[in-house]
Design a protein around this ligand. Structure first.
Ligand SMILES: [Zn+2]
Length: 493
């Protein structure tokens, strides 16, 4: 595994490959020079000179020793490889046995739009309890592109990039049938791949979903069973959601679902309204922490907290947007007119499907010529591509559902059709997944997660294999790496 020292950088050159490797060795840190000349080569005539020489050598030796010590500890903490566990349980290499449950259980929690770093905005004692006693992606979880809610939630539960699981945007048009997908579409034809709840049900085990994109869709043996599959209703109080999950642990052992999802709309909801840096976000983060506390307390009361695997993630991050960072398609008119009917989504994912007879390649050429002319407001902050020519790390071309022309915006910028009186500042996500503000959190807590361990950032398509590995069930083929769980989980004893 490569290093991940990207906290100071907004763009990251390194993205894990499908084999979970990353590519930025940090050996430069290990070279240091002691450029004092060696005094022992000179003839020494005076004892004072010898004394001074010895003193110098001692100083150099001490400096070198402390430099080594510093480098050793700093490289360990910057996780150039998964850092060794730092706590008293640091010798722990195998998972802890279950004491009460008779099967491993995973609760997968999503806090929508929980940008990496929000956990430091305010005291979050419950989230930090999971971090301290669990395993954390030290510089956050990397979403898939586009960094939008539905594509990412469905990647987390299928291990597939959007081009392969079919949910390529929150809203899109099937180019063959002309049918429209929205966040309320539950027909199985849209939802490709095999989500974890289906994998679990196919193997005769029970799953439960308290909201998750795709969970209401009937697939395989999963028929969204009454009482174990909640239909989305954003007005259900968060407490009620947590309490329902807890109630499953009051069932007889054999009936407790082995996989459960729990979803909270916050702090994404506030993030869109006010951007990531606002007291409303701080308050929402504190509210999520309270819900984690409620869950932990309920599990403790039932004597199962240490037996349950809690995986807490978000789907993407958030960045502030404001009026001055707008690009208007109407400004491109001197080069090419882009009618609104061609545009499937504007921002932050610009997706354009010209009608038959209009060559996408020539549209891309004209748009980029306009953007680079210096005459289009903010033009240099947008670049459009034929989808096949997008950077391959985005994995965003292998589906007919993806329109042929895709624009990549720099973070914080937005595309609109035309100038309006509507002026506002807020927050957005959906940008390139290499943008640091799009990162979210990953925390794993439970018998197969080492306590106090930090692992390098990874893409959320790895989570499916992690869950099936914890549950010891056969997963469906996916874009994650089969070796990944071994790099994050403790060996089972
Ligand atoms: Zn979201």
């Amino acid at each position: 595994m490569g290093s991940d020292s990207a906290l100071s950088s907004t763009k990251l050159a390194q993205i894990p490959t499908q084999e979970g490797e990353s590519h930025t060795p940090s050996t430069a840190l290990l070279s240091f020079s002691t450029d004092s000349s060696d005094p022992s080569n000179r003839s020494q005539k005076h004892t004072t000179t010898i004394f001074i020489s010895l003193l110098l050598i001692t100083c150099i030796a001490l400096s070198a020793a402390s430099a080594f010590a510093f480098l050793f500890f700093s490289s360990a903490s910057s996780s150039s490889s998964p850092a060794p566990p730092q706590t008293s349980s640091s010798l722990q290499t195998t998972s802890r046995p279950l004491t009460k449950l008779n099967h491993p259980v995973v609760i997968l929690i999503s806090s929508d739009g929980f940008r990496f770093g929000y956990q430091f905005k305010t005291p979050t004692p419950n989230i930090h309890r999971l971090i301290a006693n669990g395993t954390e992606a030290e510089t956050g979880l990397i979403p898939v592109f586009p960094t939008l809610t539905f594509p990412n939630h469905y990647s987390i539960v299928t291990g597939l990039y959007p081009a392969y699981h079919g949910i390529i945007n929150n809203h899109f048009v099937d180019p063959i049938t002309g049918e429209v997908f929205t966040m309320r579409s539950h027909e199985p034809k849209w939802w490709l791949g095999e989500p974890v709840w289906e994998t679990v049900a196919n193997q005769g085990l029970r799953a439960a979903t308290y909201f998750w994109p795709g969970s209401e869709v009937h697939k395989g043996s999963w028929n969204c069973p009454d009482g174990f599959c909640m239909f989305y209703n954003g007005s259900v109080p968060f407490e009620e959601r947590v309490d329902k999950i807890l109630s499953y642990f009051d069932l007889p052992s054999a009936e407790i679902p082995v996989f459960m999802t729990l979803y909270f709309e916050d702090p994404d909801h506030q993030g869109h309204q006010v951007g990531p840096d606002d007291p409303a976000i701080t308050e929402a983060v504190a509210g999520i922490d309270k819900m984690i506390g409620r869950l932990i307390n309920g599990l403790e009361k039932r004597g199962v907290f240490e037996d349950v695997h809690i995986i807490m993630v978000g789907d993407h991050g958030m960045v502030g947007t404001c009026d001055k960072k707008l690009i208007f398609l109407d400004d491109l008119a001197p080069w090419i007119e882009i009618p609104a009917e061609w545009v499937q989504s504007y921002t932050p994912l610009l997706a354009v499907r010209p009608p038959p007879g209009v060559a996408p390649g020539s549209v891309v050429g004209k748009i980029n010529e306009a953007l680079q002319s210096g005459k289009v407001q903010n033009g240099k902050h947008l670049k459009v591509y034929l989808k096949e020519e997008l950077p391959s790390r985005l994995q965003y071309s292998a589906s007919d559902r993806i329109p042929p022309i895709i624009g990549l915006l720099e973070e914080g910028f937005k595309v609109e059709q035309k100038r309006t009186q509507h002026q506002e500042c807020g927050g957005e996500h959906g940008y390139d997944n290499a943008v640091f503000s799009m990162r979210t959190i990953f925390i794993g807590h439970g018998p197969q997660f080492a306590k106090g361990r930090k692992v390098p950032s990874f893409e959320n398509v790895q989570i499916y294999n992690l869950v099936t590995s914890i549950l010891k069930i056969q997963g469906a083929p996916n874009n994650g790496s089969l070796s990944f769980p071994g790099s994050v989980l403790l060996a089972t004893s």
